[in-house]
Design a protein around this ligand. Structure first.
Ligand code: SF4
Length: 393
């Protein structure tokens, strides 16, 4: 029996279609499978219907990928109607669509806005053509700028950009100009990632054979430090290791569900979900997902027909995850009161040794007093986040 998912108010939809695989990408996404898009869309609607009556109304909805902007506005509209009908959508829900600057135009953006999308996340990655070519992106700088301008014209007042640092031949000055460019465009939110060379990707091969030389760790760390210093001067404030927003109200509501280790529904091929004491993962391939949607075979414990893997989470693991994910939120950190309320035990007694050690190393600190206390990363802790997180594994 599936327990009613009372706390779930976030819905993630995975759209694993791309025009072309970028050279660094290891996400679950496929190029050249556009012929399945309509059937996949129908399958998504069926999975949304499965969750009818099993969750509270959605407060955030996130179309991620892949390239969700390959869906037509009509398809997005139909998905949102299905969610509203089956699960319900709160009046002021945050509804985000990830868009590739190489796949959108003004008319389409306007239609996405009309369908209910109120936040766009544009995968700009860089405002320098050389960087975009080296990443194997399908768009160029002019298209990125035009997508931002057209999004504004289409009425989007909540724009987030993804940018990547630590690229081949990228200087500190190049990175600074990207940050300034984003701020000049007046965007409300930035997600900034360091380039990770994932094994098996075309980028990994080019790095292995010496064709591509990436900046050393010191330069990448300098870029990150520059970001922390520069963006507040430009009116964007860090609230998570990789995230900056113009104000608290413009922080990503959806991502905060993950960082607060709360429950969420994952819909689509390769999507993950979290329901109380278990995490689930759907089948990864598009054909397998479509095939399962046709039979909609019932699963043990009332899981969606698309679920391939169920991972139970012990209480100890849940507490560890709460620390690792929560500490990512550089402004809020982990609340002592919320930890106590969730687990019936005080954070400082469960993780006494770890917290004491990290405080001594100057990596975390307490802010506030009594039950309003929160454990947050220090600036040094933000720079050395992995050292902190591994204490809670
Ligand atoms: S657009 Fe995004 S999801 Fe698609 S291949 Fe490129 S990095 Fe991967």
């Amino acid at each position: 029996m599936l327990v009613k998912l009372q706390t779930m108010s976030a819905v993630y939809l995975h759209i694993p279609f791309c025009v072309k695989r970028c050279d660094y990408c290891d996400f679950i996404t496929y190029a050249g499978q556009g012929e399945f898009l309509d059937e996949y869309h129908q399958a998504l609607i069926k999975e949304i219907q499965f969750y009818g009556g099993k969750s509270s109304r959605a407060n955030s909805i996130y179309f991620g990928g892949g390239t969700p902007s390959l869906l037509s506005p009509g398809q997005v509209d139909a998905l949102l109607r299905a969610i509203d009908h089956s699960i319900g959508i709160e009046a002021k829900a945050e509804i985000t669509l990830e868009a590739n600057p190489g796949t959108v135009d003004y008319q389409e953006l306007k239609a996405f806005k009309r369908s209910g999308i109120n936040r766009l996340s544009l995968g700009v990655q860089s405002f320098i053509d050389r960087d975009l070519r080296s990443l194997g992106r399908i768009h160029n700088t002019d298209q990125a700028i035009s997508a931002i301008i057209q999004s504004r014209d289409a009425g989007f007042d909540n724009l987030s950009l993804d940018l990547i640092f630590g690229l081949a031949n990228q200087s500190l000055a190049d990175w600074e100009s990207n940050l300034e460019g984003a701020a000049e465009m007046g965007v409300e939110h930035l997600s900034l990632y360091s380039l990770i060379v994932e094994p098996g990707t075309p980028l990994a091969k080019r790095v292995e054979n010496g064709e591509v030389v990436l900046p050393d760790d010191d330069l990448a760390a300098d870029m990150y430090e520059l970001t922390m210093d520069k963006l507040p001067q430009l009116g964007l404030f860090q609230y998570e290791i990789s995230s900056w927003a113009k104000s608290e109200a413009l922080e990503s509501r959806h991502n905060k569900v993950y960082w607060k280790n709360q429950d969420y529904i994952g819909i689509g091929a390769g999507a993950h979900g979290k329901y109380g004491d278990r995490r689930v993962r759907n089948v990864s391939t598009i054909p397998a997902y479509i095939k399962l949607s046709r039979s909609q075979a019932s699963q043990e414990e009332g899981l969606s027909w698309a679920v391939e893997e169920v991972l139970p989470i012990s209480e100890k693991e849940a507490m560890q995850e709460t620390m690792m994910l929560g500490l990512r939120m550089t402004r809020e950190g982990v609340s002592a009161a919320e930890f106590l309320q969730t687990y019936g035990q005080a954070m400082e007694s469960v993780f006494d040794q770890e917290i004491t050690k990290l405080i001594k190393l100057g990596l975390v600190e307490w802010i506030g007093t009594g039950l309003s206390r929160r454990l947050i990363l220090t600036r040094r802790g933000i720079m050395l986040g992995n050292l902190v997180f591994q204490e809670f594994v």
